[in-house]
Write a protein that binds this ligand. Structure first.
Ligand SMILES: Cc1ncc(COP(=O)(O)O)c(C=O)c1O
Length: 447
C-alpha cells in the first residue's frame, strides 16, 4: 500500500467530505520552505492560505526552528498549574508590551476554539461574581465564526458548521453583521458612517440586560468569506458595551499578528476589548497554542480565598507548553528584528494591484477586497445584481482543484477565493500565485 492508500485507510481529515478524496486524494507533503510546500514527488505548491492562516513567517523558518530545538533539549512540557517556566513568563511580558492597552493577564490553552470557550466561561463567571447574575447570555454576529467546539459554535452563525448541531447549542443573540459588499444602505465601506450599526444598537436595547458578553471578529469576518468592515464599527461597539455593561471579546485568532497590516485589528481603533483571544500566528504556525488575555478588573473578580469558590476552574493539558512559548517568543523577536510589518506593506500593495489588474474586469468577479496582505476575490454569477453562483456547482472548489494542479493552494471559502499568505512572501511569489489563480479561474468559468 502506498502512503495515499494508507492515508485513506486510516485518516478522517478535518472539515472534509471524505468521498471527495476519491477524486482528489490527499497530497502528501514531504517538506516545506518559506511559502512553498513540496510533495513526495517534488512538486511545489505556493501556500497562499498559510496552512489555515497560521503560518506567519514561512515554513521551516530557521530562527523558529532553532528556538524550538534549544527548548526541546531543556524542557518539553510541564503541568502549568502551580508550575511555570521562563519561556511562558517572558512571552507574557513581551506580549503585554504589544497587546491593546489594559490587557494584562494571560490564560493559556491549546487552540483557537479552546481560547474562545475560555473567554465565554470567563465572562459569564465574571458577571456572576460581580453580582450581575441575570447576565447569562452571549451576543454575536451573523456569519460570525469562532471555532467548532460547542460553545464556539454557539456564538458562531455559519450554517455550514453549526446548523445541524442547533439542538446542542446555547441560545445566543445574533446581531446582523456589516456586509459592505452588499450594503443594504447603499454605502461604501471606505466612506460610510456605519449606518448598519443600528442593528447592534437595537439588539443591545432589547437584550443587554441578559447579556454577559459579545464576541466579535474585529474588522474581518474571515470564514464568512473575508468580509471586511470599517474600524469605526469597533469603536462604536466599545461605547455600546460600556453603556450597557456588556463585556467585549475580541476574537483576534485570525486577525492577530499582522494579518490586517497592524499587529492586531484592534490597533486600528484607540480602544481595547475586555478579553482577547489569540492563536494561529502566535507560534508562527508551528505549535498548537492559544491565549485568552484579559484585564486586571476581570482577573480580580476571581481572586479570593479558595473556599469562596471563585477560581476559574478551566484547564487544558498542554496549557503553556514550553515549546509553543519558545516558538512564540521567536516570532516576536523576528517581528522586532526584521521589521516584518513594515516590510509586508509593499508586497501587500503589489498583491492588491496585481489582482485588480488581472481580475477586476472579469465578468464573474464581484469584488476584490483587501486588508493587510489578505485579499479576497468574491465570484458571482451576476455582477450587477451581486448574485452568487448556485452553491451546488462548487465553483470555488473547481477552481481550487485547477490551481492545485498548477501548484497553488487556494482553498476557497465557498466562491470567495482568497490570498492570506505568510507575511514574508515576495513579489515574484505573488506574481506567480496571481498568474496561477487567474488561469485556474479562466479554465473553470472562462475569461
Ligand atoms: C476567527 C476565528 N476564531 C476561532 C477559530 C478557531 O480556531 P481553531 O481552529 O484553532 O480552533 C478560527 C479558525 O479559523 C478563526 O478564524
Amino acid at each position: 500500500m502506498n502512503l495515499v492508500e494508507k492515508d485513506l485507510k486510516y485518516i478522517w481529515h478535518p472539515c472534509s467530505q471524505m468521498k471527495d478524496y476519491e477524486e482528489l486524494p490527499p497530497i502528501i507533503i514531504d517538506h516545506a520552505k518559506g511559502v512553498y510546500l513540496y510533495d513526495k514527488n517534488g512538486k511545489e505548491y505556493i501556500d497562499i492560505v498559510s496552512s489555515w492562516w497560521c503560518n506567519l513567517l514561512g515554513h521551516c523558518n530557521p530562527k523558529i526552528n532553532e528556538a524550538i530545538k534549544v527548548q526541546l533539549d531543556k524542557l518539553e512540557h510541564v503541568i502549568f498549574a502551580n508550575f511555570s517556566h521562563e519561556p511562558a513568563i517572558t512571552l507574557c511580558e513581551e506580549l503585554s508590551k504589544i497587546v491593546p492597552q489594559g490587557l494584562t493577564k494571560f490564560n493559556f490553552s491549546d487552540n483557537g476554539s479552546a481560547s474562545v470557550e475560555c473567554a465565554l466561561k470567563m465572562s459569564f463567571q465574571y458577571q456572576y461574581q460581580v453580582g450581575n447574575t441575570k447576565k447569562t447570555r452571549f451576543m454575536c454576529f451573523t456569519e460570525g465564526y469562532h471555532g467548532e467546539t460547542i460553545g464556539a459554535l454557539s456564538v458562531g452563525s455559519m450554517d455550514l458548521y453549526g446548523k445541524l448541531y442547533k439542538p446542542m447549542l446555547m441560545d445566543t443573540i445574533h446581531i446582523e453583521a456589516p456586509d459592505c459588499y452588499r450594503c443594504s444602505y447603499g454605502k461604501n465601506r471606505d466612506c460610510c458612517n456605519v449606518e448598519c450599526f443600528e442593528h447592534a444598537e437595537k439588539t443591545f436595547e432589547k437584550y443587554a440586560d441578559e447579556t454577559c458578553a459579545i464576541i466579535v471578529e474585529p474588522l474581518l469576518q474571515g470564514s464568512a468569506g473575508m468580509r471586511i468592515y470599517p474600524a469605526m464599527y469597533l469603536k462604536k461597539l466599545r461605547d455600546l458595551c460600556d453603556k450597557y455593561n456588556v463585556l467585549l471579546i475580541a476574537d483576534e485568532i485570525a486577525t492577530g499578528f499582522g494579518r490586517t497590516g497592524k499587529m492586531f485589528a484592534f490597533d486600528y481603533v484607540d480602544v481595547s476589548p475586555d478579553i482577547m483571544c489569540i492563536s494561529k500566528g502566535l507560534t508562527g504556525g508551528y505549535m498548537p497554542m492559544a491565549i485568552t488575555i484579559t484585564t486586571d478588573e476581570i482577573y480580580n473578580a476571581f481572586y479570593d480565598d479558595y473556599n469562596e469558590g471563585k477560581a476559574f476552574m478551566h484547564s487544558h493539558t498542554y496549557s503553556g507548553n514550553p515549546l509553543g512559548c519558545s516558538a512564540a517568543l521567536a516570532v516576536l523577536n523576528i517581528f522586532r528584528e526584521d521589521a516584518v510589518l513594515d516590510k509586508a506593506e509593499k508586497p501587500a500593495q503589489y498583491l492588491t494591484k496585481k489582482l485588480n489588474e488581472e481580475l477586476i474586469d472579469h465578468k464573474n468577479v464581484g469584488e476584490i477586497r483587501n486588508i493587510g496582505l489578505i485579499n479576497a476575490i468574491e465570484l458571482v454569477r451576476n455582477k450587477k445584481e451581486k448574485l452568487g453562483f448556485d452553491s451546488k456547482l462548487r465553483i470555488g472548489y473547481q477552481i481550487y482543484k485547477k490551481a492545485l494542479e498548477k501548484g497553488l493552494v487556494l482553498r476557497p471559502l465557498g466562491d470567495v477565493l482568497y490570498f492570506n499568505p505568510p507575511l514574508i512572501i515576495n513579489e515574484a511569489e505573488i506574481h506567480k500565485a496571481v498568474e496561477i489563480c487567474t488561469q485556474a479561474i479562466y479554465s473553470v468559468i472562462g475569461q
